[in-house]
Write a protein that binds this ligand. Structure first.
Ligand code: PLP
Length: 383
């Protein structure tokens, strides 16, 4: 079990996100160590967590950013990232967002459809500039992950299908205000096997070979994000296997010597450094169950309700007590507001602190004010 400075929690309003910045630093250092290749460019997918304290840390370490909205571009700029360090994806970019991106000299638009390509060309022309773009390809690869977080299958709304790709490459080359820099892919999230990434490399190799035969060479390839984390046992794997991840691309992707390879890692960068800390309000005896009712709900951490995800739950107030079975539930008026069923936990009492682990990614950023609740705050910890 991770150590928490629990004495310092006593006077804090719960629930709050606890961020271990030392672990975040170690994680980033490992990414930098294992991605060592001057052609590799790692972007942090800001959608995973846009807390300014986290962003500033990642910015200071020198990673780039992957944004999916004008709001994320602004958050990145405010944290000190430069426009050219930002790549910008999203199936529904508005005109205002495209202008914001162009105004700030965005590194690359990841373009997801033909009409979007046309609009970016039109807007950049009217602004007297040229937009760097990559075409987001939907490679039809099954990432073996939850259906809501698989994005590379033909039936998903994301990207351009392989059949439509040739005509879009040809079109992008002809448009005057577009600079076709490369191809972009992202097959899904929480991917814990190497096979989908190997398949992605093989698809990219095929596409590149075909186009090189026609005399077209891309400056950059972007393979998106997706590396998963160990939700079941975060202390066993506090830092994901970045060495193995980057090795797949080193070994299987035929990257040309003058090409850049971009990555957009989100979850794997920030998930393990965050925990949601909640106080137990009541222990309620049901007919067949015992409920631990906590003050955090699906409004603070929606992943269990949304994806049936499970976050490891720890009683950090009395870790060594005799164990009982509990359903750990929140106060929101929805039956899906449940963090765990039949959890075996050290005896829980009113006032105890529970930690919901691995909550640094897609946690705080997805919080809502449903039931007119306040948003959770955050607490930064450094050893
Ligand atoms: N890139 C794109 C285009 C995405 O849609 C996502 C997540 O949805 C990511 C990167 C980050 O993925 P992950 O957090 O799994 O690394």
């Amino acid at each position: 079990m991770a150590r928490f400075p629990i004495a310092e929690f006593k006077d804090l309003a719960t629930p709050f996100y606890f961020y271990d910045l030392t672990l975040l630093d170690r994680t980033i250092a490992e990414i930098k160590r294992t991605s060592r290749d001057e052609r590799f460019k790692v972007h942090y997918a800001i959608k995973a967590n846009a807390n300014p304290g986290i962003l500033r840390r990642i910015q200071a370490a020198g990673l780039g950013v992957d944004a999916v909205s004008g709001g994320e571009i602004r958050a990145a700029l405010e944290a000190g990232f430069h426009g050219d360090q930002i790549v910008y994806a999203g199936v529904g970019k508005t005109d205002a967002e495209i202008m914001l991106a162009l105004d700030n000299g965005i590194g690359c638009f990841n373009v997801e459809s033909e009409p979007e390509l046309e609009i970016i060309d039109e807007i950049s022309g009217s602004m007297g500039t040229k937009a760097n773009i990559a075409l987001r390809v939907n490679p039809n690869i099954d990432a073996h992950t939850h259906e809501y977080i698989t994005t590379g299958l033909a039936e998903n709304k994301f990207g351009i299908n392989l059949e439509q790709l040739p005509s879009l490459i040809e079109k992008a080359q002809k448009l005057e205000n577009i600079n076709l820099a490369g191809l972009h892919f992202h097959i899904g999230s929480q991917i814990t096997e190497t096979e989908p990434f190997v398949m992605l490399c093989e698809t990219i190799n095929r596409i590149q070979d075909e186009w090189e035969e026609k005399g077209i060479r891309f400056k950059s390839i972007n393979v998106g994000g997706g590396l998963g984390v160990d939700y079941a046992d975060p202390d066993r794997h506090p830092i994901p296997d970045f060495e193995g991840y980057f090795k797949v691309f080193r070994n299987h992707l035929h990257l040309r010597s003058d090409q850049e390879l971009h990555f957009e890692l989100g979850r794997s960068v920030v998930a393990q450094c965050g925990s949601l800390i909640t106080r137990v309000l009541y222990v309620k005896e049901g007919t067949t169950k015992r409920f631990a009712i906590v003050d955090a709900g699906m409004t603070d951490l929606i992943r269990p309700a949304l994806y049936n995800a499970h976050h490891r739950i720890e009683n950090i107030s009395s870790p060594n007590d005799v164990k009982h079975h509990y359903d750990v539930v929140g106060p929101i008026c929805e039956s899906s507001d449940c963090f765990g069923k039949d959890e075996v936990l050290p005896a829980i009492r009113r006032g105890d602190f529970l930690a919901l682990r691995s909550a640094g990614a897609y946690g705080e950023i997805m919080a809502s004010q449903y039931n007119c609740r306040p948003l959770p705050s955050s607490y930064f910890f450094e050893k």
